[in-house]
Design a protein around this ligand. Structure first.
Ligand code: NAX
Length: 327
């Protein structure tokens, strides 16, 4: 049998955490033959710690064969100890009257602390996905706070945006998600993201020939960008099951590979596509087990450049707002 790996989940008792823990413990993330040890972090306050205990009772009661052990804690140094994978979901939500800058700085503190804890106690090749918003900038902060860990191991979640983009493109032409290849969602996890279908195919046909350009520009792009808000309107709560699923598939693809299929990850930029180095930005990748590789050399036309620069501008503004708090 394989040796268990340690998986940290922060914000474990929140709604995404609750939709995520049981799937990780069932093998949905790392495969049906990989035992896991769940290391769950919640705020060190009575209510969230109590809720976390409840989640752990349910994990016990699932009797998952792959769940080798579990830890629940309010201390990041316990949660990240020797961790091989970390899903950073917990973040400070925007409260009433809170300015964008306050939100960024509250999160900068959380992700500085967690980055430092990982730097100190995690496995030297811990693989990290940041889900908590603003995900790309939070990931940037964690990465900068963990200088002894490989930068390339810090990623942010663009996969929910990617999955939304795939589904709605397939649905438009009456096909299924299985028919869609080579989707890209560039940039920030925010309404400025740019779902780019120029390389996409649907059942082997170029997507841009199958859908109307005006629909793509005027309806599809804004619909994908605002999908999170549309779910909130309907459900009264933000996306949780789909967000947990996106994080799990992001990690699964990274750990087990994509067999040549393109997926979108937020990665620290290597300078390609005109994105300044280290900015966390959604780009297309393929994965082989344990390793992602950027899809390189894609042509960027004028429309795309404008869209990619607009979402970059927002990321640069976020970065500027937290500059003094980093590193
Ligand atoms: P919830 O408020 O239900 O859960 C968050 C949990 O995190 C709470 O239980 C809270 O106690 C805990 N927490 C807060 N600060 C913490 C800290 N410093 N250490 C440990 N735990 C902490 O939110 P939920 O709906 O689960 O969403 C979590 C985050 O995901 C939010 O920031 C949300 O904006 C973000 N999302 C990101 C998405 C993406 O695509 N990148 C999509 C979905 C989601 O909106």
């Amino acid at each position: 049998a394989k040796k268990p790996v340690r998986v940290t989940v922060t914000g474990a008792a929140g709604q995404i955490g609750y939709a995520m823990l049981y799937r990780i413990a069932s093998g949905a993330m790392l495969g049906p033959d990989q035992p896991v040890i769940l290391q769950m972090l919640e705020l060190p306050l009575e209510k969230p710690q109590q809720a976390l205990k409840g989640c752990m009772m349910e994990l016990e009661d699932c009797a998952f064969p792959l769940l080798a052990d579990m830890v629940g804690t309010g201390d990041p140094k316990v949660a990240f100890k020797d961790a091989d994978y970390a899903l950073l979901v917990g973040a400070r939500p925007r409260g009433p009257g809170m300015e964008r800058k306050d939100l960024l700085s509250a999160n900068a503190q959380i992700f500085t602390e967690q980055g430092k804890a990982m730097n100190e106690v995690a496995s030297r090749d811990i693989r990290v996905i940041v889900v908590g918003n603003p995900a790309n900038t939070n990931c940037y902060i964690a990465m900068k706070s963990a200088p002894d860990l490989p930068k390339a191991n810090f990623t942010s979640m663009m996969r929910l945006d990617h999955n939304r983009a795939v589904y709605h493109l397939a649905a438009k032409v009456g096909k299924t998600v299985n028919d869609v290849e080579k989707m890209v969602v560039w940039g920030n996890h925010s309404p400025t993201m740019y779902p780019d279908i120029r390389f996409a195919t649907i059942a082997g046909q170029p997507a841009s020939k199958l859908v109307d350009e005006a629909w793509y520009r005027n309806e599809y792009i804004p619909m994908i960008g605002k999908r999170g808000a549309t779910v909130i309107e309907a459900r009264g709560l933000s996306s949780a099951a789909s967000a947990a699923n996106a994080a799990i598939t992001h990690m699964r693809d990274w750990a087990l590979g994509t067999n040549g299929k393109w997926v979108t990850m937020g990665l620290p930029s290597d300078g390609s596509y005109g994105i300044p180095e280290d900015i966390l930005y959604g780009v297309p990748v393929t994965c082989t087990p344990g390793k992602y590789e950027r899809v390189k050399g894609l042509e960027i036309d004028a429309f795309s450049r404008e869209k990619m620069d607009a979402t970059l501008k927002e990321l640069l503004e976020e970065q500027a707002a937290v500059k003094d708090l980093v590193g």
